[in-house]
Write a protein that binds this ligand. Sequence first.
Ligand code: ADP
Ligand code: ADP
Length: 232
Amino acid sequence: MLSMKNISRVYRSDTIQTHALRDFNLQVEAGEFVAVTGPSGSGKSTFLNVAGLLDDFNEGEYILDGTSVNGLSDDDLSRLRNEKIGFIFQNYNLIPDYSIYDNVDMPLRYRGLSAKQRRSRIEHALELVGLASRHAYLPSQLSGGQQQRVAIARALAGEPKILLADEPTGNLDSLMARQIMDLLKEINKKGSTIIMVTHDPDQAREVNRNIQIIDGQITDYSIYAPVSKAQT
Ligand code: ADP
Ligand code: ADP
């Protein structure tokens, strides 16, 4: 599903250069749920941004679902990102003055879907996260956990090949965090590949694999549970 070979990402300023990723190698198979842990500043967000085609890299080769990303134009990158990737952020990133329904509709605009297809995808995604009855609410009228569920519905509405989540439970209390984890695991069981950055070691243990990034490199490659055949 995703293959990175010898990826480097260097940030340069006048005085310093930071190797946010150095000689970074990773393969993620379809259907895996991978947790990414590591100290602050170790390169976790950079990795997710490169994986999600939001950030460029300086060296190496990145193949996303069979397409080599190297040398693609910005237009092709946007197209590939829209088609393949769903994002979930720590702070939800919902549009405050759009209804829940319109937020979930975001990735479906400009996709050449009919109004009926869009409605069906939005309703389906909101049902999956248990918020169908709240479609007319504004984000501010929902709890943090509910807002994150809307963000998950939005990501799923695009039917991505891969979900990238940057500390999705970072702003939630433990009960809501539990609910979000259960929802992500359910989505994974239905076949979605998920890569999630987390600071919570317990969360990292309950998925297929936990990789640890230190100083821009993978240092730990623990496999907790291989993907079952039923999952793929
Ligand atoms: P975390 O992923 O640990 O929650 P962030 O990704 O927000 O935190 O930031 C991690 C580190 O990267 C911080 O030290 C932050 O200052 C630095 N950082 C993030 N974005 C930038 C940027 N645009 N320019 C410089 N440093 C940045
Ligand atoms: P993490 O998510 O693990 O906290 P990051 O990927 O945010 O780490 O950052 C990795 C390193 O790259 C840090 O040293 C950070 O300060 C640096 N960095 C991240 N983004 C930028 C940026 N846009 N400009 C300059 N340095 C950055």
